[in-house]
Write a protein that binds this ligand. Structure first.
Ligand code: CP
Length: 304
């Protein structure tokens, strides 16, 4: 398959290969000259129909570190605003001899849809509340880096599971690699289908944190809610926010993750986010090597 549409299409060997390739690129980007000439013959379009800081810049940097030609497209400044469809937009871009498309889109399934209608390799950079595969890969890679492996680790994903593509992709990635996964949050923010994913559910944050090795703290995605799913931000923080007092009261020292952007003082305090227990900026740093690996592996299939 010449796409990365979701973690649900990957097996453990695929993830292992991506991590081993990322190990190599991580070493490359720590050299004084951070570039390799591998993809001088590849052109990549980054299509962002939804806001992004980390994913957008990280993909662009990964592509440039691989020496690919890169074009960036932001829907808000494009002819999409004049009514042009997604397929027409992408086919026009592809006619300029583009090989690969990285796309973020607010609609779940947008990347799968695109992959069925255009002739290019597609990487899903987040589609609505569906999947965010490269985020889950960099998250697992960061757990492997901090704790030695993912297999056998206990990971709790905390917060707005219902609206989170990060949660779904992480559940697929962690389960595939043999981790134990729990979700924790208010019942209104946990989807009904969660039982089918082989994860446990806990509504008490302290119990969840005492169980886990790693807690991945999610932002409440107000932009995906037409109504409020929780009484107020203050009540959410009281029940599901992590602060230093709570961390110190646990039976063991756990690792704290967050995909960003952080709402400091809501799901996590600054003291926790900036502490040695948090690997939030390691996650961002690893995102470049992971995305280099994904692009490199897909490009080698295009060249075959
Ligand atoms: N983690 C993440 O996807 O962040 P951005 O929305 O800034 O890309």
């Amino acid at each position: 398959v010449n796409h990365l549409l979701g973690i649900k299409y990957l097996n453990n060997d695929d993830i292992k290969l991506i991590f081993e390739t990322a190990d190599h690129f991580k070493e490359v980007i720590n050299r004084p000259i951070k570039k390799v000439p591998s993809l001088r013959d590849i052109t990549i379009a980054n299509l962002f129909f939804e806001n992004s800081t980390r994913t957008k810049l990280s993909f662009e940097l990964a592509e440039k570190r691989l020496s690919a030609d890169v074009i960036n497209f932001s829907a808000s400044q494009s002819s999409v605003k004049k009514g042009e469809t997604l397929i027409d937009t992408v086919n026009n871009i592809l006619s300029m001899k583009v090989d690969m498309v990285v796309m973020r889109h607010p609609n779940p399934g947008a990347s799968v849809f695109l992959s069925n209608h255009v002739n290019a390799s597609i990487i899903n950079a987040g589609d609505g509340a569906h999947e965010h595969p490269t985020q889950a890969l960099l998250d697992s890679y960061s757990i492997r880096e901090r704790l030695g492996s993912v297999r056998g680790k206990k990971v709790v994903i905390v917060g707005d599971i219902l609206h989170s593509r990060v949660a779904l992709s992480n559940i697929f990635a962690l389960k595939t690699q043999g981790a134990q996964v729990m979700v924790c949050g208010p019942k209104t923010l946990i989807p009904k289908y969660i039982d089918k994913l082989g994860v446990t559910v806990e509504t008490n944050l302290k119990k969840a944190l005492n169980w886990c090795d790693v807690a991945n703290m999610l932002r409440v995605q107000n932009e995906r809610m037409s109504v409020s799913y929780f009484p107020s931000a203050r009540e959410y923080t009281q029940q599901y926010g992590v602060n230093m007092k709570l961390l110190k009261s646990l039976d063991k020292e756990i690792t704290i993750m967050h995909p960003g952007p952080i709402n400091r003082g809501v799901e996590i305090t600054s003291e926790v986010a900036d502490s040695d227990q948090a690997i939030i900026l390691d996650q961002v740093q690893n995102g470049v090597a992971i995305r280099m690996a994904v692009i490199y592996l897909l490009a080698s299939k295009i060249k075959q």
